[in-house]
Design a protein. Structure first.
Length: 384
């Protein structure tokens, strides 16, 4: 089988040898007065051609790491399997082994599983969700050695992202945290860490993420699976109420009045978010379902954890699997945007939309709501 041009060669040496198969790559081309000469770099000799091909593949997977580990293999400090898998041997006593071959992905994995003061395992679950989200944005550099990740490399991830400024701030925080960890573990020096200088002003979307409302046929798909998918009714509650996902997850059963048809949001992201939200007629059965089946003080019950859903668990255990199953690409916040869009399309008075959604310009608090206000809100929500 002929190798691709520039890939390297695996050739058998003459004579009786324990490791007759030599692996070489092109190091450079030299121009002389008479001709161009190809200069090779040896990657070692091995017992079979198949092993030689694996060595070439490992080299091309991460050349810098491979070359460092090859030195250790030749000095019998790591095994052939370690070399082919680009990993450090757990049995070595070399002090510099912690540094050799450490890619961004390896560093992130170690940091995320460290429950110590400086490890990612000790962070709040809501922060961990964003750290994982941000690391997925780094897929193009995850196999780079940490010592090779310059400010320009990190800046390119920011500049080429379509995420909101809020998410990019989390990305910068993540870079800073793991680079601090790399300094702590002597993987890089303090002078090599330039994460503080990441510039967020050139982000493609400096004013925040663009949310896409659910289309009618997409909402129809959710209604179709409502009887079969237990958590589909949560998506419908969000769509026909306009509440934030954390407002719903923090909602306690005592703050729901199914007779007067409203819920009291007493725990919100903003002061204006403290409000009464009408219960749409079509979602009333869903509220009654959760009131009957929740086994804790909160409306939405996490059966696996036997209590309240947290943000990370909701996304990983409910939202993402359902969206994937229905082949839909939406965030939970898109439901809030969808509710606003549907109310506007139904020509609901802007004052009632602001009261339902909880926008900052509203001037009505829970203390000042009247029965007339509630009736207007219920009538408004039933138009969508």
């Amino acid at each position: 089988m002929k190798m691709p041009n520039g890939y390297g060669t695996v050739t058998k040496l003459s004579g009786k040898r324990r490791n007759p198969w030599r692996v070489r790559i092109t190091a450079r081309w030299e121009l002389t007065d008479e001709k161009v000469i190809q200069k090779y770099e040896n990657l070692g000799c091995y017992n079979t051609r198949a092993t030689g091909l694996k060595v070439l593949a490992a080299y091309h997977n991460n050349p810098a790491t491979f070359k460092q580990l090859l030195k250790l293999y030749k000095s019998n400090d790591i095994s052939l399997d370690d070399l082919l898998n680009l990993k450090k041997s757990k049995s070595t006593n070399k002090k510099n082994m912690e540094k050799l071959g450490t890619t961004l992905k390896q560093l992130y994995t170690i940091w995320r599983n460290d429950n110590g003061k400086y490890g990612g395992g000790s962070k709040k679950s809501s922060n961990v969700y964003y750290y994982d989200l941000c690391f997925r944005m780094c897929e193009s550099i995850e196999n780079m050695l940490v010592e090779d990740i310059t400010l320009d490399v990190m800046q390119s991830i920011v500049d080429n992202s379509d995420k909101s400024t809020a998410v990019l701030k989390k990305l910068k925080i993540m870079f800073k945290a793991i680079m601090d960890y790399a300094v702590l573990k002597d993987i890089i020096t303090n002078e090599m860490d330039k994460s503080n200088y990441i510039d967020l002003t050139k982000a493609r979307k400096p004013n925040g993420a663009v949310h896409t409302p659910f289309r009618d046929w997409e909402i129809g798909k959710i209604w179709e699976v409502e009887n079969d998918e237990k958590y589909a009714n949560i998506v419908l509650i969000l769509l026909y109420s306009g509440v934030r996902i954390m407002e719903l997850l923090n909602l306690k059963k005592k703050d729901i009045d199914t007779e007067k048809r409203y819920i009291s949001i007493v725990d919100s992201k903003t002061t204006n978010g403290i409000r009464l939200v009408p219960i749409a007629e079509k979602t009333l059965p869903f509220f009654k379902f959760w009131l009957e089946n929740s086994k804790c003080d909160y409306l939405i019950y996490d059966e696996e954890k036997k209590g309240k859903f947290n943000y990370n668990r909701f996304y990983s255990g409910v939202w993402d699997p359902l969206m994937e199953k229905l082949n839909l690409k939406h965030t939970a916040h898109d439901t809030r945007f969808s509710c606003t869009t549907m109310l506007t399309t139904a020509k609901v008075d802007e004052r009632w939309i602001k009261q339902i959604i909880g926008h900052k310009s509203q001037d009505v608090t829970i203390k000042h709501y009247t029965d007339i206000d509630i009736k207007h809100l219920i009538d408004a929500i039933n138009l969508i």
